[in-house]
Design a protein around this ligand. Structure first.
Ligand code: SF4
Length: 74
């Protein structure tokens, strides 16, 4: 099973993910980047989260597979 994460080298912190799925994404106030709420790493099957993934303009929301490589979740 994969693990949802935000690629902080791509994230621009405009919080569209948080607006769409606040249970799953939070914004680090100091760093200004999004991250996945602890315990929500498997929530990428939920429609709200999939919508957030699709709507991230930086394509920064990804799922890392058990082999350590990113999975195609589009
Ligand atoms: S929508 Fe994408 S770029 Fe914007 S804060 Fe969320 S993860 Fe970062």
């Amino acid at each position: 099973m994969g693990e949802l994460y935000v690629d902080q080298t791509r994230c621009q912190g405009h919080a569209r993910c948080y607006m769409l799925a606040p249970e799953t994404f939070e914004i680090d106030e100091e760093e200004g980047y999004a991250r996945v709420v602890e315990g929500r790493e498997q929530s990428y099957t939920e429609e709200k989260v999939r919508k957030a993934i699709r709507n991230c303009p930086e394509r920064a929301i990804k799922v890392r597979g058990a082999d350590g490589k990113d999975e195609d979740i589009s």
